[in-house]
Design a protein around this ligand. Structure first.
Ligand SMILES: *[C@@H]1O[C@H](CO)[C@@H](O)[C@H](O)[C@H]1NC(C)=O
Ligand SMILES: *[C@@H]1O[C@H](CO)[C@@H](O)[C@H](O)[C@H]1NC(C)=O
Ligand SMILES: *[C@@H]1O[C@H](CO)[C@@H](O)[C@H](O)[C@H]1NC(C)=O
Length: 195
């Protein structure tokens, strides 16, 4: 009897306990669903291991990755050149305009130039630049505006409580985040599928 207990019941109990722990761990991570976007952003670390991200956010967003060009309403494509400089170009066939837009949290994306392998980033001063390894400068809040254009606001930085947007002016030059407005067409981008 005792031997039977040791060989069967104990392992079964341990096994159950193990499963119980897994379930508990599962419900803890599901609790993330209740976090506000700000809390989520704070916990996001879009490092160079996409697998990890896809996996950890799978249950929330399907680990969504889109390949797009971002066409600004000022008629320029957002470009991340080979040195990581952010500009606009009128050339629709520009390779440096092909971007990977990855959902890293609810409503928050990281945007990487596929050809240059730089992430789009905005620093505290609202300056757009390219970053090789992604940190929170690379997190942007993607919002679909009424006119079907998207806006991309830094998920980390604001200026006097105002959001700072990715924007290209009438000459295709980036605008400092502090000078951008959600309503201005410089901040409006149409994500275009890459054929
Ligand atoms: C983010 O990832 C980097 C590199 O993998 C690591 O050094 C850093 O500690 C991480 N930060 C957080 C907040 O997890
Ligand atoms: C942001 O980038 C600009 C241009 O590179 C630089 O002059 C400025 O000091 C940076 N600001 C911060 C807070 O890093
Ligand atoms: C939009 O931004 C551009 C460039 O900064 C500026 O010249 C223009 O006056 C702004 N338009 C509006 C309606 O704010």
């Amino acid at each position: 009897m005792r031997k039977w207990m040791q060989t069967w019941i104990l392992p079964t109990l341990l096994y159950r306990l193990y499963f119980h722990c897994i379930l508990l761990a599962g419900s803890v991570s599901f609790a993330c669903n209740d976090m506000t976007p700000d809390q989520l952003t704070a916990s996001v670390n879009c490092s160079s291991s996409p697998e990890r991200h896809t996996r950890s956010y799978d249950y929330m967003e399907g680990g969504d990755v889109r390949i797009r060009k971002l066409f600004c309403r000022t008629q320029f494509y957002l470009k991340i050149d080979k040195k990581g400089k952010i500009k606009g170009t009128a050339n629709p066939n520009c390779n440096y305009c092909i971007l990977e837009i990855r959902t890293v949290a609810v409503g928050v994306v990281a945007i990487r130039g596929i050809e240059s392998d730089y992430f789009l980033a905005m620093n505290k001063s609202g300056k757009l630049y390219g970053k090789k390894t992604c940190n929170e400068d690379c997190n942007f809040r993607e919002l679909i505006e009424e006119n079907n254009y998207n806006t991309y606001a830094s998920a980390k930085w604001t200026h006097n409580g105002q959001q700072m947007f990715v924007a290209l002016n009438q000459k295709g030059v980036t605008i400092r985040g502090k000078r951008t407005k959600k309503e201005n067409k410089s901040s409006h981008f149409l994500p275009m599928a890459v054929s």
